[in-house]
Design a protein around this ligand. Structure first.
Ligand SMILES: [Zn+2]
Length: 604
């Protein structure tokens, strides 16, 4: 298995099992109701596609309708949210720590041939893009944010943020901005045509309008959906989920001659310009610019120590995610004052980690309330212990603690997909680390729990939405562990749930798509199907099905060749070659044996 591990708040392109994914969603019979579509303005009978429960306290289900004219989806009734009353300072700090919205916005900006000039970010949240633009001296930038996140950006990042809605801002000049950006806002507004008109007015002649919004594609109950579907549905927050046609006609109505749409991780990024657009994303630029930004902010003496520490954490996480521990380690002392003192001492001296079972839940709750990213941070420390320091036993303690903390967080503070991911990732890694440190029975038990979590409806962790990828990786780890010990019969037992879960990965062409759709991000699970495929051929080889194994190794060899120089691909290539050869020799051998056998039979 690959030794890297990754933490990010951004949803990946993993497919999920339909059962759990659609848990909060009830599919409707499609009864049409005459409604006015917010995307195209048509009044027509719109079938009710599904109802979805809100994450708001009232738990009122919202009905999602499909407009037959423009194929957009929209909620009825339209959610009514006062954004200025939402988002506490803690939520701003969390967003700042998470920071993925910045990477997403940078990906959108990376297409620009001229990355300079006056920038306006509408719905800028904690103001990271505004801060980025100024910090990297790309030009003057302004943000608009009606929620209290705007106050944070103004006071703590010292940027020009106007804490009001765009429609209320009478002083902001028209036709003044080279880049007008608005990420993930248009789906929240009740009148998108008016909102896009207001945005368009701010664009300078020769400037560009860039906005993004979720792209859910066609909704069907049997469709393998992206894991971010529930997030895209956001009942109680989103109003419209636009079709491509609806976005194009909204912009055509505003006389934009050149429009381009890019699908990026399940979101539309939309460009509108007076000049022809030849936009192509430059993810190398995104990576370099993001790093430069974090390095600069982490050293900025004008920021408060707490905000600087947050930037240090993000820089640490970015570098750690790339597995570059020698560069990540020196950043740890800068994080110390973000952390509860005991954790800070562990972070600096990983040998001294205490028995985490002794820490009462109340203390742990205080810790996560103080630093929302503590579970993720401890998970990374676990990976550091296991993969970089080679202290597998210590890593189990980090993973177990990350697991307990993320569970507490989901129940008491922040019920989000990201924290749930940490929960399962930590549990899985604790199991793997236990196997690696010769605590086989505890490791297998833990991994079997993760593997069975998809079917287990009675678990107290109902809200910890288990994901297919974790169950798959758990069975894979058990399978590989047994394969490596030559325990083929027991390995076969772990294979049967895997076969069910990975049905889609059996087809090599599907395997290719799911594994390499995000070449810029090396998720460990992207490689799981390959290793699984490899192990399955090993099982065939060791149970006498040599011809099938030879063919499988050849297939995998072809797939891996395209992925060189990835270290896993290089490793698998030589293994596939060697084992395909062995399988062929056995096929030949068995043929020869059978031929001799028949000859003797005939000879009698
Ligand atoms: Zn419509």
């Amino acid at each position: 298995m690959t030794s890297s591990a990754s933490i990010s708040g951004e949803a990946g392109a993993e497919s999920l099992g339909p059962v759990r994914l659609f848990r909060p969603v009830s599919w409707e019979d499609g009864t049409p109701v005459v409604l006015r579509c917010p995307a195209c303005g048509c009044e027509s009978p719109c079938p009710k596609i599904l109802s979805v429960t809100t994450t708001l306290k009232s738990h009122v289900p919202f009905a999602l309708h499909l407009c037959p004219e423009c194929r957009s989806h929209f909620y009825d009734p339209i959610p009514d949210i006062t954004y200025s009353a939402r988002y506490s300072e803690a939520a701003s700090l969390y967003a700042l720590l998470q920071g993925t919205s910045l990477e997403f916005a940078l990906a959108a900006l990376s297409t620009l041939t001229k990355k300079e000039g006056q920038l306006l970010d509408v719905g800028c949240g904690p103001g990271l893009v505004v801060d980025f633009w100024e910090r990297l001296h790309l030009g003057v930038s302004t943000g608009i944010e009606p929620s209290s996140s705007g106050n944070f950006a103004r006071q703590d990042l010292h940027r020009n943020i106007r804490v009001l809605h765009l429609s209320e801002d009478s002083e902001l000049p028209d036709h003044a901005f080279d880049v007008v950006l608005s990420t993930e806002v248009v789906e929240h507004v009740s009148d998108p045509a008016l909102f896009l008109c207001d945005l368009s007015k701010k664009v300078a002649p020769g400037g560009v309008l860039i906005f993004s919004t979720p792209n859910i594609g066609p909704l069907a109950r049997d469709l393998p959906a992206p894991s971010n579907l529930v997030e895209a549905l956001s009942p109680g927050f989103h109003v419209t989920l636009f079709s491509e046609a609806a976005l194009r006609s909204l912009l055509a109505a505003l006389d934009w001659p050149h429009v381009q749409l890019i699908d990026h991780h399940g979101h539309w990024i939309v460009y509108a310009s007076r000049e022809p657009i030849t936009s192509k994303m430059d993810l190398v630029w995104v990576d370099e610019a993001h790093r430069k930004y974090l390095e600069h902010a982490a050293k900025d003496g004008a920021l408060s120590p707490r905000v600087r520490a947050i930037f240090s954490y993000r820089l640490f996480r970015k570098i750690a995610n790339e597995g570059r521990w020698p560069e990540a380690n020196p950043l740890l002392p800068h994080l110390a004052h973000l952390l509860p003192s005991m954790v800070a001492s562990w972070a600096l001296h990983p040998d001294d980690i205490v028995e985490t079972g002794a820490i009462p839940d109340d203390t742990l709750r205080e810790w996560v309330a103080e630093f929302y990213h503590l579970p993720a941070f401890l998970f990374l420390l676990g990976i550091r212990s296991k993969n970089h320091l080679g202290k597998t036993k210590a890593s189990v303690q980090f993973f177990k603690l990350a697991c307990r903390l993320s569970k507490l967080m989901v129940f008491y503070y922040l019920d989000d997909a990201y924290t749930k991911e940490i929960f399962w990732e930590s549990r899985l890694n604790a199991g793997i680390a236990l196997l690696e440190s010769a605590q086989e029975s505890e490791g297998i038990t833990l991994l079997e729990q993760v593997g069975a979590s998809l079917q287990d409806n009675d678990t107290g962790a109902e809200r910890l939405l288990p994901q297919l990828k974790f169950a798959t990786r758990a069975w894979l780890a058990i399978f590989q562990h047994r394969v490596l010990r030559g325990n083929w019969e027991a390995a076969g037992l772990a294979l049967s749930p895997l076969q069910g879960f990975l049905a889609s990965h059996y087809d090599p062409s599907l395997l290719r798509i799911s594994a390499w759709s995000q070449p810029e991000r090396q998720w460990p699970e992207e490689w799981s199907p390959f290793w699984y495929f490899f192990c399955e051929q090993m099982l065939l080889l060791n149970t006498g099905r040599n011809a099938e194994a030879a063919e499988g190794f050849d297939q995998l060899h072809t797939l891996c060749r395209e992925k060189v120089p990835h270290p896993d691909a290089v490793h698998l290539l030589s293994s596939c070659r060697r084992h395909a050869k062995l399988a062929r020799q056995r096929v030949k051998g068995s043929k020869g044996f059978l031929a001799r056998f028949r000859f003797r039979l005939h000879g009698i």
